[in-house]
Write a protein that binds this ligand. Structure first.
Ligand code: NAP
Ligand code: MG
Length: 402
């Protein structure tokens, strides 16, 4: 069989620990034998980030802007313990934060649904994708403890010095306050990323905030979404046979639980943080959650939602067997390869991505899986495989399919 040829390179961002081990296994077993893999390689492993003063992360994000599609392995976000473990020059920032700041995107997270792993919510038949706005609100808030009696106000000072004031509260005793912000430009980017992703994946888009209570802050989100939808997307959505609808967050929660799934739920930053963990857990496992960063000008960065699986890596270093789930990392590759195939009109690449996903799901549905899934699977006959044997089993299924 001839290997599939690629025309434009994928931006490949290698990472850390157990996921770095899986990364190589996936390439060796599931990609190189079938594709003349063309990538521009960036080593985002912590050692090389430290060596390059984190320039490699910036370069990889700029390359994503140039080529349009990236695939990223999980990476360590350094903390105090990592400073000593890796003898770091500085506590480098989260690579995901750096990449997001350069690409200015929205993060879409969707669970991979397989038979035998039943969602906790009985009505859910199709995946629910969370679109999380990744800028501002409480994540960029300022807070203050109020010690006692006194007046707290919001003050905006314009460039010409004029002040606008809004009373927060006349305190009779001790309390707390919080100031937060967002930007119309960031909300607009968020809206466009959501509308584009809905069109890309042909799914309805839901958006929810608490605009009845937050009449200026949340209402601005609602208004910006509606203005952009009416001006730029209404016709495209009708053509694609999909729907955009806005509802209050409490109503959205009730509808989500009653739904069959199969749509995108756009959430403000905090709501998306909370709801994506709820959705991942209710669908089964964080190891089965995919994640893609979509920028408003159409760049895509695919990854797994989980981290570097440090605990398994330490076992691996001690020579012990691991049973780490590679599904979300495999799907990061298939997502990126499919998108590259679509952009470059290479049908074979798109078909290969579809088949590799199907082979992965079929393998699990035939009862062969890693330990994390075996613990929650309802299938009658389950074989627990180690990290490597699972990937080899997927290869067998794939080869039988090709
Ligand atoms: P984690 O890597 O997501 O793992 C937490 C636990 O979840 C694991 O110990 C394991 O549970 C389970 N798990 C996660 N993924 C799994 C998989 N593929 N297969 C099987 N089990 C899986 O989170 P963490 O241990 O808190 O973080 C480790 C490092 O990852 C940190 O340095 C953090 O900065 C980084 N991180 C990176 C990203 C990213 O790059 N996007 C995201 C999150 C965290 P058991 O131990 O019970 O088996
Ligand atoms: Mg969270």
């Amino acid at each position: 069989m001839d290997k599939i040829k690629m025309t434009t390179p994928l931006v490949e961002m290698d990472g850390d620990e157990m996921t770095r081990i899986l990364w190589k296994m996936i390439k060796d077993e599931l990609l190189h034998p079938f594709i003349d893999l063309k990538t521009e390689y960036y080593d985002l492993g912590l050692e090389y980030r430290n060596e390059t003063n984190d320039q490699v992360t910036v370069d990889s994000a700029l390359a994503t802007k140039k080529y349009g599609v990236a695939v990223k392995c999980a990476t360590i976000t350094p903390n105090a313990a990592r400073m000593t473990e890796y003898d770091l020059k500085e506590m480098w920032k989260s690579p995901n934060g750096t990449i997001r700041a350069i690409l200015d995107g929205t993060v879409f997270r969707a669970p991979i649904v397989v038979k035998g792993i039943e969602p906790t919510v009985r009505t859910w038949k199709k995946p629910i994708t969370i679109a999380r706005h990744a800028y501002g609100d409480v994540y960029k808030g300022s807070e203050m403890k109020i010690p006692g009696k006194g007046k707290a106000e919001l003050v905006y000072t314009a460039e010409d010095g004029t002040e606008t004031r809004e009373l927060i509260h006349n305190f009779d005793g001790a309390g707390i306050i919080q100031g937060m912000h967002n930007l119309n430009s960031s909300i607009s980017s968020f809206a466009r990323s959501c509308f584009n992703y809905a069109l890309d994946t042909k799914q309805d888009l839901w958006f929810s905030t608490k605009d009845t209570i937050s009449k200026k802050y949340d209402h601005t989100f609602k208004d910006i979404f509606q203005e952009i939808y009416d001006a730029e997307y209404d016709e495209k959505f009708k053509e694609a046979g999909i729907e955009y609808f806005y509802t209050l967050i409490d109503d959205a929660v009730a509808r989500v639980i009653r739904s069959e799934g199969g749509y995108i739920w756009a959430c403000k930053n905090y709501d998306g943080d909370v709801m994506s963990d709820m959705i991942a857990t209710a669908f089964g496992s964080l190891a089965m959650m995919t994640s893609v960063l979509v920028s408003p000008d159409g760049n895509y960065e695919y990854e797994a939602a989980h981290g570097t699986v440090q605990r398994h890596y330490y076992k691996h270093l001690k020579g012990e067997e691991t049973s780490t789930n590679s599904v979300a990392t495999i799907f990061a590759w298939t997502g990126a390869l499919r998108k590259r195939g679509e952009l470059d009109q290479i049908d074979d690449l798109v078909t290969f991505a579809d088949k590799l996903e199907k082979a992965t799901i079929d393998t699990i549905e035939s009862g062969k899986m890693t330990k994390d899934l075996a613990l929650i699977s309802k299938l009658p006959d389950v074989t627990v495989l180690n990290s490597e044997d699972f990937i080899k089993e997927v290869r067998k299924t794939l080869e039988a399919m090709l």
